[in-house]
Design a protein. Structure first.
Length: 209
């Protein structure tokens, strides 16, 4: 069973508070999203396996630890997920990046696929799907389904803000996927927006409000 982890780190909570403010402009919003993603990446990779290898230091030979086994990939859900990529790559610069394009139909609130481009060896990697918001859970569930259809099995999902409805939908659709959340909010409103949330993350990242 996948686990759901809500980040309690003070720096993450502090920065999310700034993301929520209407007075935070696009430039600062982009920067803070990246910083939150970096901090969340640090927490979400805590359980990656290590192995010991022998190396040569300037003084002598020594046994050190390095990441074991599968390499990593970051797959943002377009377009808002792009805002989290730079922060993730700051922590894991060797990771490859894929892209999944989904948009939410304003009438049905269902996800519609329009793009998918993944690293050739994505099925052999530990994959972190990223999107700032987990609202209904439809887009995240659809993106993960697309990955599974391409034989990707080691999948984690990371978001900055989540609604309880989205968390439940993810647990039902993909009970094997670990979910990492910056802040778990109260509910969805009648328009499918998270309350209190931070508005439309994509518009705020790219200044297209």
């Amino acid at each position: 069973m996948g686990k759901v982890t809500v980040m309690e780190h003070p720096l993450i909570q502090h920065k999310i508070g700034w993301l929520r403010r209407t007075t935070t402009g696009s430039r600062d919003f982009r920067s803070i999203v990246s910083e939150v993603a970096m901090l969340m990446c640090y927490e979400a990779t805590r359980e990656l396996e290590l192995t010991e290898i022998e190396i040569e230091t300037p003084i002598c030979k020594a046994v050190v630890k390095e990441l074991k086994g599968k390499k990593l990939a970051v797959v943002p859900i377009l377009r808002a997920g792009l805002g989290m990529v730079e922060g993730m790559l700051t922590m894991i610069p060797a990771a490859k990046v894929g892209h999944i394009g989904l948009y939410r139909d304003p009438e049905t609130l269902e996800p519609v696929e329009y793009y998918c481009k993944l690293p050739e060896d994505c099925a052999e990697r530990e994959v972190f799907v990223v999107d700032p918001m987990l609202a209904t859970g439809g887009s995240a569930a659809a993106a993960i389904r697309m990955l599974k259809e391409k034989n990707v099995r080691n999948i984690h999902f990371m978001c900055i803000i989540a609604a309880p409805e989205g968390v439940k939908a993810m647990a039902k659709a993909h009970p094997d996927v670990d979910v990492y959340i910056g802040a778990l909010d109260e509910k969805l409103n009648d328009h499918g927006y998270i309350v209190p949330g931070l508005g439309d993350a994509g518009d705020r990242i790219f200044g297209t409000q």
